[in-house]
Design a protein around this ligand. Structure first.
Ligand SMILES: NC(=O)C1=CN([C@@H]2O[C@H](COP(=O)(O)OP(=O)(O)OC[C@H]3O[C@@H](n4cnc5c(N)ncnc54)[C@H](OP(=O)(O)O)[C@@H]3O)[C@@H](O)[C@H]2O)C=CC1
Ligand SMILES: CC(=O)N[C@@H](CCC(=O)OP(=O)(O)O)C(=O)O
Length: 345
């Protein structure tokens, strides 16, 4: 099988990561890479690490009608608010599948409009897919839509994976996520936060009580533990280019030992190739460039707190890698196809 793929927003960080990972996928040929600003430039002349991998591919500003005829799958790697301009046209009269990396189809419409402060132009259901937690194909069947995947946010991916086994067990009482993100999480437009003198030797907290990803975490974690939404989240930017380290402080009604919690996690993730329960603390270096999520945990022996730490690469498991994992599932391929790549320690 050879899947023809298109990437919209291929000049951005997530788009570039899709190009890098898809270059190693034996069942995908990237036939279109769109950019408004770089149209006419060869892929390898802009993304130098890709020089030689896409000799025939040039950034183009391709019309949606053309794009949907060329592709079996289209990845949307554009900012939130932009994807909803593409989806209706791309789905209409075509058979192509869409994997949207933006936030446009992740939340229920009313919640999206409240959190993102904009009117949704294309309210429709999509399959929200963290494959280790959701049965993607079953959920697609339920809403009779296998053509639109809402790829989860980077912070919600790390956070949900950190607490999903305990949520499924129904024992969460209060959860506080403290996350540290590399600066590529903010996209490729420079800002005061990403300016080197401001960020180096520094850690910058932001949106301390009101980050938009909190709603996504509440929505998804409450699907695992119905009725539970006592979730708080504070993000920080760290002077690293990639990676999200999330420390989840989980408070439960009863006291657990580390061994008991570990067993719950090992059982929950036993058939999930990309999640590893590690001894000790996870390291961002170990998962860098890979689709793995490493999880370390310890129960506090004095209180009813369990500390769970997850590490993902925001551009891979938090974006492009998870998008490809979802594509593999939609097209009946092995989940790990093209993604069985170790981290760069
Ligand atoms: N960075 C990350 O870690 C993660 C990102 N995401 C999501 O993925 C999406 C892409 O993120 P990221 O790559 O970081 O962002 P970037 O800002 O790096 O890139 C986005 C690209 O989209 C293109 N673009 C911008 N606006 C439009 C528009 N209105 N129509 C068409 N193209 C447009 C631009 O390309 P050009 O101007 O050349 O056309 C730009 O290079 C976002 O929705 C983001 O929230 C999700 C998880 C993690
Ligand atoms: C460090 C940093 O700035 N991170 C971004 C993550 C945004 C992102 O990736 O957004 P979606 O996952 O919703 O698409 C932020 O906090 O806004």
């Amino acid at each position: 099988m050879m899947i023809k793929a298109g990437i919209v927003g291929a000049s951005g960080y997530a788009g570039e990561e899709l190009l890098r990972l898809l270059a190693m996928h034996s069942h995908v040929k990237v036939v279109a890479a769109t950019s408004r600003n770089l149209a006419g430039k060869k892929i390898g002349s802009v993304h130098i690490n890709l020089d030689g991998f896409y000799p025939d591919l040039t950034f183009e500003n391709i019309d949606n009608n053309e794009l949907k005829k060329m592709c079996d799958v289209i990845f949307l790697a554009v900012p939130h608010g932009a994807s909803m301009d593409f989806v209706p046209e791309l789905l209409n009269g075509s058979t192509c599948k869409i994997i949207d990396l933006s936030a446009d189809y992740r939340l229920k419409t009313a919640e999206f409009e409240k959190i993102y402060g904009m009117k949704h132009k294309d309210p429709r259901e999509a399959v929200y897919a963290i494959p280790e937690v959701h049965d993607v194909l079953k959920e697609a069947e339920k809403i009779k839509n296998i053509r639109l995947i809402a790829n989860p946010g980077c912070f919600p991916t790390g956070a949900t994976l950190a607490v999903a086994p305990l949520a499924k067990f129904g024992v969460l009482e209060n959860v506080i996520f403290d996350s540290k993100s590399g600066v590529t999480g903010a996209g490729n437009t420079p800002s005061a936060t990403s300016h080197y003198p401001n960020l180096t030797e520094n850690i910058i907290p932001y949106k301390m009580t009101a980050h938009r990803h909190t709603a996504e975490m509440r929505q998804e974690i409450s699907r695992l533990q119905p009725g539970f939404d006592n979730i708080s989240f504070t993000p920080h930017v760290i002077p690293a280019s990639r990676g999200i380290l999330t420390t989840a402080h989980v408070f439960t009604a009863k006291k657990y030992t580390t061994e008991e919690v570990k067993k719950i996690y090992v059982d929950f993730y036993k058939d999930k190739p990309f999640v590893r329960i590690v001894d000790g603390v996870p390291s961002l270096l170990a998962i860098r460039g890979s689709n793995f999520c490493h999880i370390g945990l310890e129960a506090d022996s004095k209180t009813k707190r369990i500390v769970i730490v997850s590490a993902i690469d925001n551009l891979v498991k938090g974006a492009a890698g998870q998008a490809i994992q979802n594509m593999n599932i939609l097209f009946g391929l092995s989940e790990t196809e093209g993604l069985w790549i170790p981290g760069l320690p």
